[in-house]
Design a protein around this ligand. Structure first.
Ligand code: UT7
Length: 324
């Protein structure tokens, strides 16, 4: 028998304010046609003034706990992925811990930008399998609208705000690929690619928050290559074939990247969860937002095999196989 991290339930939260492509076209030299054709994005959500990453994270966490039938008393680990924390410190995770009324366990943030949720899931899964945590709340939460250069049409049209959360708990399993829970996680990074996607500010360098900078075309090229490789690595590690996957739950950066990854796997579009049209790229929140939507609407069912994957600044990228 082995310990695996079983998924108990998930939840999501999106800010109320919808920003459409048409509205963006009044701010920068762009058009609804260009954004749709190049990215698949139609609209995105923007956090209200004073609405913080932790506010989104708390709402997503409460939804995930309710869906799981778990109380905050039972959680002993919070891992929150974000590149847009409320403050430089303390971590947004400890703010969420306090707001959930918890006075026990450990809470910390992980920083892997758009791959953040895969990194957070891998971290929590390893804590659980090592016996250092029993029940973990894994969160991806972002307010990317706060680090966008709203005069740069090459980036400001691509991102949005939101949060998603997942509750996982250690359980004894036979150790087969038919087990429920996290079957494996696979993480990679390559710091040499830093200049293709970064924020030009920070506490130690400029003492400012900075703005997101990206060489979109180059990031696109790397994303397609790296995602295909890590997805394949996850399948090989578990002796599984693309046909065994019920749902691809990808990071939502660009519909063309989703399509390219699905095509390489030979997966039909009907088995790919896509929220990019309505959420745009919510960085670390995008995978749990997509997961929560597909669980909520009944597409993802107990026992389904999910392939989660993401790629982001760093570069960082990763994948996880999770049987729901
Ligand atoms: O989350 C992980 C990180 N992010 C990503 O994975 C994003 C990866 N990259 C992408 O999704 C795409 O590269 C973009 C959507 C950013 C850009 O699409 P593209 O097909 O690679 O376009 P491009 O950068 O090659 O630009 C094509 C043209 C350029 O004009 P010229 O040089 O051909 O005259 C741009 O200036 O489109 C222009 N352009 C725009 N036009 C209208 C760039 N942004 C816009 C815009 N509206 N918003």
């Amino acid at each position: 028998m082995v310990i695996r991290s079983e998924a108990l339930g998930c939840g999501a939260y999106l800010p109320e304010r919808v920003l459409t492509n048409q509205e963006l076209a009044t701010l920068v030299d762009t058009s609804d046609e260009w954004i749709r054709a190049r990215t698949g994005i139609i609209e995105r959500r923007i956090a209200a003034e004073g609405e913080l990453t932790s506010d989104l994270a708390v709402k997503a966490s409460e939804a995930a706990l309710a869906a799981s039938g778990v109380t905050p008393d039972e959680v002993d680990l919070i891992v929150l992925a974000t590149a847009t924390p409320d403050y430089t410190f303390p971590s947004t995770a400890t703010t969420v811990q306090a707001r959930l009324g918890m006075d026990h366990g450990a809470a910390f943030d992980v920083q892997a930008v758009c791959s953040g949720f895969i990194y957070a899931l891998a971290t929590a899964d390893n804590f659980i399998r090592a016996g250092q945590a029993g029940t973990a709340l894994v969160i991806g939460a972002e307010t990317f609208s706060r680090i966008l250069d709203w005069t740069d049409r090459g980036t400001c049209v691509l991102f949005g705000d939101g949060a998603g959360a997942l509750v996982i708990r250690g359980a004894e399993c036979p150790g087969a690929s038919s087990d429920r829970g996290v079957l494996s996680t696979h993480l990679h990074s390559d710091g040499r690619q830093r200049d293709l996607l970064y924020v030009d500010g920070g506490p130690s360098s400029t003492q400012t928050v900075g703005h997101l900078r990206m060489e979109g075309r180059e990031v696109f090229r790397h994303a397609v290559t790296n995602l295909a490789a890590v997805v394949n690595e996850a399948l090989v590690a578990n002796g599984l074939e693309p046909d065994d996957i019920d749902w691809l739950v990808p990071h939502q950066a660009n519909q063309r990247i989703l399509d390219a990854t699905a095509r390489k796997l030979g997966m039909p579009a009907e088995r790919v969860i896509s929220t990019v049209a309505r959420h745009a790229n919510t960085s670390a929140a995008s995978v749990p937002l997509a997961l929560a939507e597909a669980v909520e609407d009944g597409r993802i069912k107990r026992g389904d095999l999910l392939l989660l994957e993401a790629m982001g600044g760093g570069f960082t990228w990763g994948a996880s196989l999770l049987r729901w």
